[in-house]
Design a protein around this ligand. Structure first.
Ligand code: NAP
Length: 256
């Protein structure tokens, strides 16, 4: 028998992952399980079934795919969540389960932008040490450690949850979750006399206004590049991922 019911695992923790779950929940014959790492508190719960916590590496994920008879996996994790994406590639190959990555296109600099590309967070901290004195740090709470030894600069650190890693001695913490508006970002940059912004190249609309605000105010941006990805098939939009899930339904063996 073909295609009566497919079980799809969405590796999420992102707004795209949640949107994909919402759209797929309306597809007939498709059962969605969203997986969250469980790191960020108060995250909006995606539609459908949700499981929380790590799988125990690639082998654990492969075992989960087999035990739960998963027909397809969409890796909708953040473009900087390199470990889970690598594990997904390995586990899906082991378990012979189709895998699609949903990857937001990165931002690209346009005229007026003053970007300094950093290969990783340590490189970003080294660049910051050579420019600016008042730094707006928007790289998430888990990747702040490389900045902890920057003692001669002041940092405005914006995170969703409180950081639990060492922080630079001179800082102010700002707890906030996007999306953010460009006008508000400009006010924030002015109020704190920011002269350099550090950002991951996350892509998407929700956090792009800080990049626009920096451009408008002529503030340089240290832009941390994405970690390398495993070569797996990918799409750039939720709509394309929904279509892919639909094709799984047409081709999957039935699990009853
Ligand atoms: P990571 O370094 O790639 O993953 C670390 C470990 O966390 C993985 O090995 C895995 O544990 C577990 N894990 C990660 N995502 C998972 C998921 N969706 N479901 C179940 N387990 C997961 O990831 P990270 O950078 O810490 O990010 C954690 C989560 O936050 C991701 O789901 C990501 O989409 C989301 N997020 C990350 C960022 C960012 O900037 N990194 C930004 C926004 C949202 P096991 O090895 O035990 O399976």
């Amino acid at each position: 028998m073909k295609g009566e019911r497919v079980r799809v695992l969405i590796l999420g923790g992102t707004t795209d992952g949640a949107a994909l779950a919402t759209h797929c929940a309306t597809l007939p014959g498709v059962e969605i399980i969203s997986s969250l790492a469980g790191r960020v508190r108060e995250i909006a719960r995606p539609a459908g079934a949700v499981r929380v916590g790590g799988f125990g590496g690639a082998d654990g994920l492969a075992a989960y795919l087999e035990a739960e008879r998963i027909d397809g996996v969409v890796d909708a994790t953040h473009s900087f969540a390199a470990r889970i994406s690598a594990h997904a590639a390995q586990a899906c190959a082991t378990a012979r389960v189709p895998l699609l990555a949903l990857v937001r296109p990165p931002w690209t600099a346009i005229p007026g932008d003053r970007w300094h590309d950093a290969a990783d967070m340590s490189h970003a901290a080294a660049i910051v040490a050579t420019m600016g004195t008042r730094v707006f740090l928007t790289v998430g709470r888990q990747e702040l450690a490389p900045f902890a030894t920057c003692s001669d600069r002041w940092f405005l650190i914006r995170t969703i949850d409180a950081p639990d890693v060492p922080l630079p001695p001179q800082h102010t913490l700002l707890r906030a979750r996007g999306p953010f508006a460009r006008d508000e970002e400009e006010v924030l940059l002015r109020e704190h006399a920011i002269d350099v912004l550090v950002s991951k190249n996350s892509g998407g609309d929700a956090t792009y206004p800080k990049i626009e605000a920096a451009r408008n105010l002529g503030i340089p941006v240290v832009m941390v590049q994405r970690p390398p990805r495993s070569p797996v098939p990918y799409v750039e939009t939720v709509a394309e991922a929904v279509t892919w899930v639909g094709t799984l339904r047409a081709s999957a063996s039935v699990h009853v």
